[in-house]
Design a protein around this ligand. Structure first.
Ligand code: BMP
Length: 257
């Protein structure tokens, strides 16, 4: 089943559009794995997917303990996303994607700045061959995002200046990406990007809570999935926090967005 479909199924089955960013601070690998597994077990009914980042891949090892986390997510029928932000020449990108897909991840994130030919084309090729997904960064959630994603690009063909993130959104559409990442900290940008992407490319929005983004604003402006990490992973009671976040998203959505 294609990744986009897998996400939709998980969304329907769980009633949640929260992607858990399973990020934990520095700790001994043994403790990290135990903690990560505990959190995943506690919140799995309140989320629709799991995203891993270098927080766990570096200390635990892709073909080491990370395998048991991917297996646990599979047991809960939750898709897994590797947030590797692929950003190199095509040959290197291909190897990166092959490793993550071989390890069992259902999708990877990638940076549109490297372009298509000999850039992200090989990543999309492998993803399509194996029903995996590629999520494209369109506008990141951090404060300095404007420096790159917000800069104006001069278009020679028509003499116009266009914002970089709008160009990335158009590329996400053209490349048939499985998702576009836009920070919840910039709800107006979510709306603008959503008007370019329509129903074709769902918006994944990180930055809720710890970075100041708000659930309602992200959803009402067109985000489909909310990526949430520290608000859940660092809380004393991840299960009840995740449940409350899920209920908050359901309330926002039922207000007739
Ligand atoms: P948190 O909810 O703790 O801020 O975590 C957000 C997660 O999403 C982190 O893994 C971060 O690397 C990732 N992320 C982000 O915060 N903003 C982006 O623009 C893109 C991301 O992948």
């Amino acid at each position: 089943m294609p990744f986009k479909q897998k996400m939709e199924d998980a969304n329907k089955r769980t009633g949640s559009n929260i992607v858990l960013a399973l990020d934990l601070p520095l700790n001994k690998p043994g403790k990290l794995l135990i903690k990560a597994k505990e959190i995943l077990k506690a919140v799995h009914t309140h989320i629709c997917a799991v995203k891993l980042n270098r927080h766990l891949i570096l200390p635990l090892g892709l073909f080491g303990d990370v395998q048991s986390l991917i297996g646990q997510a599979e047991d809960y029928e939750l898709p897994t996303i590797m947030d590797c932000k692929i950003n190199d020449i095509g040959n290197t990108n291909q190897i990166i994607a092959e490793h993550y897909f071989k390890a069992g991840f259902d999708a990877v994130t990638a940076n549109a700045l490297v372009g298509w030919e000999d850039g992200l084309l090989p990543v999309f090729d492998i993803a399509r061959q194996s029903n995996r997904g590629v999520l494209i960064l369109v506008y990141m959630s951090h404060k300095g995002a404007w420096e790159g994603y917000g800069q104006k690009v001069f278009i020679h063909e028509n003499g116009r200046n266009v914002s970089q993130y709008k160009i990335f959104a158009q590329k996400a559409l053209k490349w048939k990406a499985d998702g576009a990442v836009v920070g919840a900290t910039y709800p107006k940008k979510i709306k603008e990007v959503n008007s370019i992407l329509g129903e074709e490319v769902p918006i994944y929005s990180p930055g809720i809570g710890a970075q100041g983004g708000q659930i309602q604003k992200a959803l009402e402006n067109g985000a489909k999935y909310l990526i949430i990490g520290r608000t859940i992973t660092l809380s004393k009671n991840p299960s009840s926090v995740a449940r409350d976040l899920k209920l908050a998203t359901q309330r926002s959505l039922s207000k007739g967005l």
